[in-house]
Each structure stands twice: as C-alpha cells, then as structure tokens.
Design a protein around this ligand. Structure first.
Ligand SMILES: Cc1ncc(COP(=O)(O)O)c(C=O)c1O
Length: 409
C-alpha cells in the first residue's frame, strides 16, 4: 500500500473511532457542544458540501446582483428556507444563517455597524466574558477600544445598577452582552434604555443560550429591545457548527446583510446552512420542552452535586437559569484537593466529559433524553468518578447504550 493509501485507511479508522467514542461511549457534559440530528448530519455530507452560490442579493460594484454561479437553484431555495425558519423561530423580522460560527457572527455584526475607533463595553474574560472581546482580540483587529461591563453579581451575573452606571460613565458606541460562563439572564430593558439614551447599540451574543432562547427559556433579547442578537448554532442550539444573526431593525439589517460577503467571509457553506435549517425546523417542533428539560436538568444536577459536597457556585440564586453549572475552582482545590483540569481528565477516563475550566453543561444529555429525575444517578457517577471508584466506566457505557438515538429529534 502507498503511504497515501495507508494514511487514508488510518484517517477512516480515526473518524470511525471518534464517531463511536462520542456518539456511543460517553456522556457529553461540555456546555459548548451538542448532538446533531442524523438528518442534519446527512445534509452536511451532501453534494452541497462542495458547491458555491453567490448569496442572494449580493451587492457587487455598487449594484445588487442575483448570482454569478449557475446550478444554484436548490442551494438558493435552501438558504431562503433556513433564514425564514430562523426568523419564525426567534420571532425576528430579519435572520441570516450565513455566518460560519459564533465568532464570525460577532465579526459579521460588529464590522458593518461599528467603524474603527468605536468604543465597546463588554464583560471581561475574568468575569465570564468571551475571550474574543478582550482588548487583544476582536477589538485589536477592528481598531476598537473596550471597557469592562461589570459582571460582579453571584455567578458573574450583571447587576442593573452596575450596567447602567458603566454605560452612563463610559458612553460607549456599543454594549456587547453575552458570556462564555453564562448562568443568569440580564436585566435587559434598563440596559437597552440606558444604551439607547446615548445612541449606543446593544448586541447580545447568544452563543451559549441560543437553544434556550429558541424554546422561550432564559430570556427574549429581541423582545426586550436588543438591536442585534447573534451566536453559535452548536452549543445549547443543537445544530452543526455555524452562526446566526437576528434583528428586528430594517435599517440595521440593510447595513448588515450586504456587508457579510467579502468583508467577513466569502462563501457561506451551504451544506452547513442545510444542516442548520434542518435543526431550526426540528426546534420548531420541540424547542420549549427541550429547553425546559435542559434547564431543569442543570438545576437538578447542581443540587445533587452540591449535596455530595461539590462546590457549585450560585446556590443562593438556585445555581443556574441556563444549561451550565459552574464549579468554584478554589473551593474545589481546597476542599477536594483537585483542580478543575485534573478533575476533567479523570472523569474523561470514566467516559464523562466536562470542561477543563469548571463548567458542566446539560444540553446534550437533554437532547439524548435524560430527565431531571435522573440527575441524582448522574451526580453519583460523577462523584464516584471523581474519587476513582471502579465500575464507573462500565456503568456509564451501559447507561449510554440505552440512549443511542435522540429523544428530541
Ligand atoms: C460567548 C461566546 N461567543 C462566541 C464564541 C465563539 O463561538 P464559535 O466557536 O462558534 O466561533 C464562544 C465560544 O465558545 C462564546 O462562548
């Protein structure tokens, strides 16, 4: 066999092994990921994977053009269907699923609406904010300055008085809400009011909570007057990796939509758009129950782990209103003698995946069909995994085998 032939066989083996490992052997409690439906996965592997279409109504040399490719009649219809489904699900006047990921969705929203020198207010990574908004990343690339929007409440939550005071003091051009460590909804109406009073835009990065928002849980940022909502389509929103952009404002969408192509990206991956479209249609069937189950699972798991002595933050606020629960790393080290990274690696060997920075998520297990009354059993496995008891791996494997297919499908 040639080297290339050997590598092809090895690649096939690795992909098969990955699929078996992640879809059959482990429970995924990473809050950034989810299970994609078989239909959406099939669309990812369809012929669309290698095709172009110049997105609808692209502006080229100052004029709206239809398309410069042929063979696109189905691809264009697929995109239209996905965008319409997104607009319906989120009660948005305008929606596009063209952005390639949550980070690219942030770029897609910021670049057209905020020129260089703009001043942002965003939550710092040390307070649960997304690293991309830290000064050295998106702001450095786009020529923005960024000041902290305080998240000093329990579990890095934003308090109304802090946010309004920061807006009035810093007078930013835009307030960027949303966190990677995201437990509690924001007091949106007073934030929006304070921002609009100084002509600042309000962006809401819903990357983590998009699937909950779809189901009417957590909060309704568009309904509360946020100017642009955007985020990933693969965290609590259970779709393929991708991004979405939503707004009620005709004037903003008029600036955003034509600016996506050639400023932030060129082609938008229509196989992914078909997969995201499928997920949007699935959510139209079950989003409220899925979102409710996800949050109820998070609250029940937090309670069960806390009862076993795990230092879960925000007990006084009921732990969480999202799909995430958080470990307090210092208390974990002090009381259990282990860091969050070592704990995650130890549990990984027991086929239980949490992240290395102390977050545990319940979106994927809800999609698989686990219910709040089963969180005691899961907490028991996590606790026995933590202390390295035998048989945990075998029990996880047996339980996982009962959940080969998705309940929310
Ligand atoms: C709040 C937030 N925004 C954006 C992103 C980037 O998302 P993506 O990986 O889809 O580009 C993340 C990633 O975890 C995030 O937590």
């Amino acid at each position: 066999m040639t080297a290339a032939g050997g590598d092809e066989a090895e690649l096939a083996r690795l992909v098969r092994a990955h699929d078996r490992w992640r879809t059959r052997s482990v429970f995924n409690l990473l809050p950034s990921e989810n299970a994609v439906s078989p239909t959406a996965r099939r669309y990812l592997g369809s012929d669309l994977a290698g095709r172009y279409t110049l997105p609808l109504d692209t502006v080229w040399r100052g004029e709206r053009i239809d398309n410069s490719y042929t063979g696109t009649r189905y691809a264009d219809a697929i995109e239209r269907l996905a965008n319409d489904a997104a607009a319906r699900l989120f009660h948005a006047r305008h929606a596009t699923v063209r952005p390639l990921s949550g980070h690219i969705a942030a770029l897609s929203a910021l670049v057209p609406l905020l020129p260089p020198q703009s001043r942002l207010l965003a939550i710092e990574p040390g307070e649960g904010g997304y690293d991309g908004y830290a000064a050295g990343f998106l702001p450095a690339m786009l020529g923005y300055s960024v000041r902290p929007l305080p998240a000093r409440g329990v579990g890095h939550s934003v308090l109304e008085e802090d946010a309004v005071a920061a807006i009035q003091q810093e007078r930013p051009n835009a307030v960027v809400l949303g966190q990677s460590f995201f437990l509690f909804p924001y007091p949106l109406r007073p934030i929006v009011e304070a921002a609009h009073a100084i002509d600042a835009l309000v962006f809401y990065d819903a990357s983590h909570v998009l699937g909950l928002v779809a189901g009417g849980e957590f909060q309704d940022p568009l309904g509360d007057g946020v100017d642009v909502v955007y985020g990933s389509t693969h965290k609590s929103f259970p779709g393929p990796q991708g991004g979405i952009l939503l707004t009620q404002r005709d004037d903003l969408f008029g600036q955003l939509d034509p600016a996506l192509v050639w400023r932030v990206f060129d082609n938008a991956h229509w196989n992914r758009i078909a997969g995201v479209g499928q997920t949007l249609l699935e959510l139209e069937r079950f989003a409220p129950e899925y979102a409710r189950t996800t949050v109820a699972n998070a609250q029940a798991l937090a309670r069960a782990l806390r009862a076993k002595g795990w230092p879960i933050v925000a007990e006084e606020r009921g732990y969480t209103r999202s799909h995430q629960i958080h470990l307090d790393p210092e208390t974990l080290r002090r009381t259990m003698g282990i860091g969050t990274g070592t704990l995650a690696r130890r549990l990984e060997r027991q086929r239980l995946l949490i992240d290395l920075v102390g977050r545990i998520g319940t979106a994927e297990i809800a999609r698989l069909g686990l219910r709040p009354e089963e969180m005691e059993r899961l907490a028991d496995l996590l606790e026995r995994g933590r202390v390295g008891k035998p048989l945990v791996t075998r029990e996880v494997a047996a339980w996982r085998a009962e959940h080969r297919s998705l309940r929310f499908l």
